[in-house]
Design a protein around this ligand. Structure first.
Ligand code: ZN
Length: 417
């Protein structure tokens, strides 16, 4: 099927067209989940899918499933998709690319009259970003059975509006039970959101998995005292103790190939001439390997018991854990071969960010395709990638879907040229 090519200009024009829904003057996109702008882009997507003969279904969480029949009515659908919502300071590509590339695949097949053996389904997952409503990836999480529909429908935004009423207000409180549609497999195309592919001049990242994540809250207790009258060796300085711990945790992360980020740190009642009495900090710990996460976490545990810090006791709490995801080996191999067939340079890569595919991987063979983005920037109006990169990504998606879904050779269509 190497002769079947996506239409890169058409894909690019749909990216630019949909960027107007929630478009901001600085070239970014602000399209919070279940907002009026989200309704507009959803309506656009539904119309585009129906125009090429897809039947469109919406589940109770508002996720959109555009279905294209295959020649084998008993075969499960091969899914493609991502999300159309953005962060408040979002760009034109994060999430959107994966949905619109899936649409481009369907348009290409329709135009060339190609019938796959498995049906195909294009998915727009509701609220991947988790900005207006927490948690992130909520609809794919429900689809995978990680959350119940009821608990998610009851979540509220800052104004107290529930997910359920927000869905109803934009007309996307669908009838389908979440998870009712089983997938043969799913492929998600996404921008990398990191600098690796660009730095190595690779066009495609063959995503082998998603890092595991653990979030901690830490609290170090010292004693506030006068900065001018308390000798150094008699102090109980919470911030000095926290600093030593942070450096040791950083060293442990480096040793085990993990990523440790102390994203927030605050001194209670901080004052220029007062020894810090109490410090609060957060740790975001990530690694593709659970053993490495365990190793760094054990350093956190041992620091909390270390006699060196007896005068500045540490309390810690793990508030969220997500195990690393290893994508299906066969699907990852299909992506690698699809990149090669597209003539694209590629390398294996582990996703540092969470994606809907990380939940779908719990219930169906799944893989992801990354394309580079400029300076690794995302969640920023300046987020950018080129039309050429988007085209390559969509072509790899098309190749992968055809490889997995199979082509009905008996059906009329442009199989060979
Ligand atoms: Zn995304």
């Amino acid at each position: 099927m190497q002769n079947l090519s996506v239409n890169g200009d058409r894909l690019w024009s749909t990216i630019m067209e949909t960027a107007s829904f929630g478009g901001t003057p600085d070239g970014g996109v602000r399209r919070l989940a279940l907002s009026e702008e989200d309704r507009q882009v959803r309506d656009w997507l539904v119309a585009a899918c129906e125009a090429i003969g897809c039947s469109v279904h919406v589940d109770r969480l508002g996720s959109i499933f555009a279905f294209r029949p295959g020649s084998d009515e008993t075969a499960l659908p091969v899914a493609m998709g991502s999300h159309l919502d953005t962060q408040p300071t979002g760009g034109k590509f994060d999430g959107v690319l994966g949905v619109l590339a899936g649409l481009e695949v369907l348009r290409t097949l329709e135009e060339r009259n190609v019938r796959t053996r498995h049906p195909l389904v294009l998915v727009n997952w509701t609220n991947e970003e988790g900005s207006r409503f927490a948690p992130a990836m909520m609809a794919s999480g429900v689809h995978a059975g990680v959350f119940t529909p009821e608990e998610i429908l009851a979540r509220t935004d800052r104004d107290g509006m529930t997910v359920g009423s927000a869905l109803a207000s934009i007309g996307y409180d669908g009838p389908m039970a979440p998870g009712a549609l089983s997938f043969d497999s799913m492929f998600e195309l996404h921008i990398e959101q990191g600098p690796i592919l660009e730095a190595e001049e690779k066009s495609v990242g063959v995503v082998t998995g998603v890092q595991g994540m653990r979030w901690f809250r830490l609290e170090v207790e010292g004693q506030a005292a006068h900065a001018g009258t308390t000798p150094m060796d008699l102090r109980r300085d919470a911030l000095m103790a926290a600093t030593e711990m942070m450096l040791e945790i950083r060293d442990a992360a480096i040793e085990h190939g993990a990523l440790a980020t102390f994203g927030t740190l605050s001194v209670e009642n901080g004052s220029q001439n007062v020894i810090p009495g109490k410090v609060y900090l957060t740790l975001d710990l990530r690694s593709p390997d659970n053993d490495h996460l365990d190793a760094v976490e054990s350093v956190v545990v041992s620091l909390a018991k270390d006699p060196r810090f007896a005068r500045t006791p540490v309390r810690y709490e793990c508030i969220w854990r997500k195990s690393p995801v290893t994508f299906d080996r066969a699907c990852v191999e299909i992506v690698a071969q699809s990149a090669e067939a597209a003539g694209a340079s590629s390398r294996p890569i582990v996703s540092g960010a969470g994606h809907d595919a990380a939940y779908v991987a719990d219930i169906a063979p799944t893989a992801m395709i990354f394309v580079p983005c400029h300076d690794g920037l995302s969640h920023n109006p300046a987020e950018s990638t080129t039309s050429q990169q988007c085209t390559i990504g969509a072509q790899v998606l098309l190749n992968a879907v055809l490889s997995r879904a199979g082509v009905d050779e008996a059906a009329p269509g442009a199989i060979t040229e």
